[in-house]
Design a protein around this ligand. Structure first.
Ligand SMILES: [Zn+2]
Length: 270
């Protein structure tokens, strides 16, 4: 797992400004946010402390704050068809449901991560660090002609599931470029770790508290003595991947959650 790099403080501020500017219809959305926020206050007083009054602040809230909002919102156990829940889904429109009032932002957010000026160097998946990610052109045939565009092999994963908690759908620090395998239903999909709030606030590549690189040692060991050292990828079964999490066992939760430990290496490559 790789920690997200947002550059130095100055660059990060600039990034946040660029990200916030992706929000279209900002005035109308803000008005809606004022109304919906009040409804959330009525359901749970704690939201007064957690939710920024400005929508753009929520879009750039540090991950630790998002994790707290997520846990508090999910604990409300709102029905999927609850009116407030649906209204929040419409406001925080990452992808668009039919008839939604606001544009979906998924395309512009993906472009934001691809834009070289923003300085993300996305080469491998931030979760598994195994899958190489690159861009390719595609041509799509539409009914009324051809359309070309760019498509990437990376998906943007919402660390905290936007379906369960729409409040975190458009937040910069909830987004992690991931390979389709990790983002897919067999590995992460819509799953969210079952952990305490303190653990949740730490266990994301987007968190200030994330320190996987310094806390965890990774061992790749041959299982037998006679191993051809030429083509590692063809001989995966001859190796085992081990994580030493002695210095912070919380990371075990993440390793198991993403099926990165030895026993699951085969599943990922099957
Ligand atoms: Zn991956």
């Amino acid at each position: 797992m790789i920690k997200m790099n947002y550059g130095d403080v100055k660059h990060q501020k600039k990034l946040e400004g660029t990200f916030v500017a992706l929000l279209d219809n900002a005035d109308e959305r803000q008005k809606k946010w004022v109304k919906l926020r009040k409804q959330l206050y009525q359901l749970k007083n704690e939201f007064k402390k957690l939710l920024p009054t400005q929508l753009h602040k929520l879009m750039t809230l540090p991950y630790t704050g998002l994790a707290e909002i997520y846990d508090t919102y999910v604990a409300l156990r709102l029905d999927e068809k609850d009116r407030l829940h649906l209204a929040l889904k419409e406001l925080f429109s990452y992808t668009k449901d039919k008839g939604g009032r606001f544009n979906a932002l998924s395309d512009s957010i993906i472009d934001f991560f691809k834009d070289k000026n923003n300085g993300f160097e996305i080469h491998t998946c931030y979760y598994c660090n195994m899958t190489y990610i690159n861009y390719f052109q595609y041509e799509e045939v539409k009914k009324n002609g051809r359309k070309t565009g760019k498509r990437t092999q990376f998906d943007l994963d919402h660390v905290l599931d936007k379906g369960r908690c729409p409040l975190v759908a458009l937040s910069l620090y909830n987004l992690v470029p991931a390979c389709p395998t990790c983002n897919g239903p067999h590995i992460k999909g819509k799953r969210v770790m079952n952990v305490t709030l303190n653990q949740r606030q730490k266990l994301s590549p987007t968190s200030n508290l994330y320190d996987f690189d310094n806390q965890i040692k990774i061992w790749l060991r041959p299982k037998t003595e006679k191993i051809p050292n030429t083509d590692f990828l063809k001989h995966l079964d001859d190796y085992e991947l081990d994580f030493d999490t002695l210095s912070d066992a919380d990371y075990d939760k993440e390793i198991n959650f993403l099926y990165l430990s030895n026993s699951s290496l085969k599943i990922r490559h099957a």
